[in-house]
Design a protein around this ligand. Structure first.
Ligand code: UD1
Length: 431
């Protein structure tokens, strides 16, 4: 029987380099995808700036095109111009939605604008079950009917949505965004209590306000939205990506390096940076960025993930990677996506001493890790594994790096500029 060969791309990392130099962060993935969906709320051309050149933006652009929008990307200038027709179509199909969970964010704007939205139930990151119950219950409070059929979530309204009081059981980022985008065109006042407060929520509120929406309480857990009849297209600059900035900060500490991170907001990373300072880093704040350096072995630090302003779940893998080579032991508690700990199995392949029990991971720092083949299961786990590979002895091969490409623009090129030995290569594998 002849063997089947499969060609796949991997990241090859030779450990031991120190990251030093300057990087510039672009707009946040977790913001821009929602800003693109928000453009649907107004007929005409909305321009978004500081748009990262990542795969998820390509998927969202394709989704908007299928809804009838004209989407022009200028990668060099980092802009996307979205021209929305008077009446977009209202169906988001599974082939795209399964690649991009954030597709669910077209639900609120399509329902508000078109009176109907059929969105395939999403897939997205492999990070555990991510319910949509709060999205659905909130839209129903606004007067919509929502049901699922043949793999689609189908939302309808017979008349204009009506403002209502909505209490979220949990400050869900996605539900807050969808309900905001539905409420801005509703009749009357909507209050969203226990709303998410992430910088990306503030960003979408700022964009909606510039389109003519009336929102108060921005940045707090109570958002009050007075619906308006019509919104105007706008020109908006995406908030910098705090998770990419955080990745570089942890990379500097793990490699005992020195990185100056431009276009980053230190205030959006307050707890993460203070944890790095506890680990032994020196952090200097600058206008529009910060510098992180460390010249000793980091000390292990406990971390508990929580909704913003708590410690971000998206940086949890990075801190497990850092703790695994730190002095001492640390307890990492994951409160948002329990399946994020799946990445621990890959860390163990690199020689890390990590044990999980439910929501907790006990990490005992080792003096070294040893390079091995590992698999990136999602964006952030992938970034955590790359950081671990940078400090592991010998070669680490990260499989499925397309997950990393979904969230990090030019990651390998930036790593190389900072001094790392990382290459993208194609390998043949017998299956
Ligand atoms: C967003 C981010 C993700 C980040 C997360 C938390 C994007 C594209 N992704 O994801 O990177 O890790 O915020 O900061 O912006 N939940 C329900 N029912 C709902 C909604 C959510 O049970 O109706 C649960 C989810 O299963 C999850 C938790 O709430 O356990 C957090 O979800 P949510 O805040 O909505 O995160 P996302 O918007 O999916």
């Amino acid at each position: 029987m002849s063997p089947i060969l499969e060609t796949m791309e991997v990241f090859r990392i030779v450990g031991g380099a120190r990251l030093a130099g300057e990087v510039r962060v672009t707009g946040a993935k977790n913001s821009v995808l929602k800003l693109m969906a928000a453009a649907l709320l107004a007929e005409g051309t909305t321009t978004l700036r500081e748009v990262p050149d990542i795969l998820d933006v390509d998927y969202m652009a394709e989704l908007l095109r299928r809804l009838g929008c004209d989407v022009i990307r200028d990668r060099e200038n980092r802009t996307v111009a979205i021209t929305v027709p008077e009446m977009p179509s209202h169906q988001a199909d599974y082939d795209l939605v399964r690649k991009l969970r954030a597709s669910i964010n077209v639900l609120g704007p399509l329902l508000a604008r078109c009176g109907q939205a059929d969105v395939a139930l999403p897939g997205g990151d492999n990070i555990g079950s991510r319910g949509l119950d709060m999205h659905v219950a909130g839209l129903e409070r606004l007067g919509a009917t929502v049901h699922s059929e043949h793999g689609f979530l189908i939302a309808r309204r017979d008349e204009r949505l009506r403002g209502a009081s909505i209490w979220l059981d949990f400050p869900s980022v996605g539900a807050t965004e969808n309900l905001l985008m539905a409420a801005v065109l509703a009749l009357g006042t909507t209050v969203i209590d226990n709303a998410a407060r992430e910088p990306e929520i503030v960003d979408i509120c700022t964009m909606l306000q510039s389109m003519g929406a009336q929102i108060s309480g921005v940045g707090t857990s109570t958002l009050e939205i007075v619906g308006v009849d019509i919104l105007q297209p706008t020109d908006h600059t995406t908030v910098p990506d705090r998770l990419v900035a955080g990745t570089w900060a942890v990379g500097a500490v793990m490699t005992r390096g020195d990185i100056t991170i431009h276009n980053a907001v230190s205030g959006h990373l307050e707890i993460a940076l203070s944890k790095l300072a506890d680990a032994g880093a020196q952090i200097d704040l600058m206008d529009n960025g910060f510098r992180v350096r460390c010249d000793t072995r980091p000390k292990a630090v406990d971390v508990v993930t929580l909704p913003y302003p708590g410690f971000p779940t998206d940086l949890q893998p990075h801190f497990i990677a850092m703790n695994s080579i730190a002095s001492g032991a640390a307890l990492v508690t994951e409160n948002l996506f329990e399946a994020r700990f799946r990445f621990v199995n890959e860390m163990v392949r690199l020689g890390a001493d990590v044990r999980t029990d439910g929501h907790h991971a006990m990490v005992r720092g080792r003096t070294s890790l040893s390079g091995a083949p590992v698999e990136a299961a999602d964006i952030r786990a992938g970034a955590g594994l790359v950081l671990a590979g940078l400090v592991a002895e010998g070669m680490t091969t990260v499989y499925e790096p397309h997950h990393i490409d979904r969230g990090y623009e030019g990651f390998v090129a930036d790593l190389v500029r900072l001094g790392a030995d990382v290459t993208r290569v194609f390998v043949d594998e017998r299956i």
